[in-house]
Write a protein that binds this ligand. Sequence first.
Ligand SMILES: *Cc1c(COP(=O)(O)O)cnc(C)c1O
Length: 403
Amino acid sequence: MIPFSPPRIDDRVIAEVTAALKSGWITTGPRTKKFEKNITEYTGCKTTVAVNSWTMGVQVLLSYWGIKPGDEVILPAYTYCASANVIVHAGATPVMVDLNEDDFNLNIEKVRAAITPKTKAIMAVDIGGLPADYNELMNLINEPEIKAMFNAGSDFQEKLGRILLLSDSAHSFGAMYHGKRSGSLADISSFSFHAVKNLTTAEGGALCFNLPQQFNHDEIYSEMCTKILHGQNKDALAKTKKGNWRYDVIEPGYKCNMTDLQAAIGLVELERYQENLDRRKVIFDAYAAGFKNESWAIQPLYESDVKRSSYHLYLLRIADITEAQRDAIIQEIFEQDVSVNVHFQPLPILTAYKNRGYKMSDYPEAYSKYANEISLPVYYDLSDDNVKRVIAAVKHAVKHVIG
Ligand SMILES: *Cc1c(COP(=O)(O)O)cnc(C)c1O
């Protein structure tokens, strides 16, 4: 069976995790701090806070930014549930918008139409690893009429003076946009290092801050580190300094710090990340070439004049089929011992969001992209022969189901 997206665990990773274990320091410590610094350097952002998942990082962030009941956060209807769940947990309302016709990104004019005086943030999602249209989004939220509509509900919001631009960069580590790397494209970006993501720490995530110059990023770093560790003003490592036992709790914080065992994996992964991206691109190019002459294949956009994907998900679509036919094709692909997936079920079809009154019929682009989508395996260790097997399995399955 060709798996969908196994993590790359080899002797180097095992050696580094072993070294962390043997060091005697297994929770947040020197490896996590180094990992944060390396991410800041790699992405070109101003400061990075490592956390135990994308989800907890963004949840703490929304609270830090003062997002609360009555507020609205705009996001695409087509994303993983985590993007919306954290907004619900903040007590705010997820305002979903539909996608562009030609790619998987949220549509700027639909974002514009969704902005109200309650809008506090826009969360763009880099689906599959292709960055959203950040310049257009930034221009939109800086338009005088849009800025005039903004109501600040916290000191940070007042200081920014406009809607916050967030990036759900869970898929886009290493992606480029106008010569800049993901992590430095929005005010604040959030990565996921979950086991299936391009760069993994088993579970984990990072918040990359890239706010305008009126913000003090050293202060933000230190406040966020307090927030993710019970509100304690000293972390465990600082407390080990001689006689330095006393600490205070400034506020009831959360508990979602990254451990040095996770950072050990991340340090190795980051050091050899370009290799990973290069291999992924070879696989993407092979899929693109393999399906080029098939009239039913709608290929995903992964490179343009201004964007380069992180090659996270190959979002193949099959023209003119129903959801049931797509499911039958997937079944047939699995019969040939190839694992595929669907990214994503749009939020309005999930019970949690259907029950909150969202209707799939309000997001026709999201539905049509979901209904005929099949994500193909992409990972460093996927061999050329197995790429060929995937292509053959998909072609056979499509022929079998639609003739
Ligand atoms: C994986 C993922 C997340 C959540 O990441 P966790 O680290 O599992 O919390 C959020 N958004 C998108 C688009 C994802 O794919």
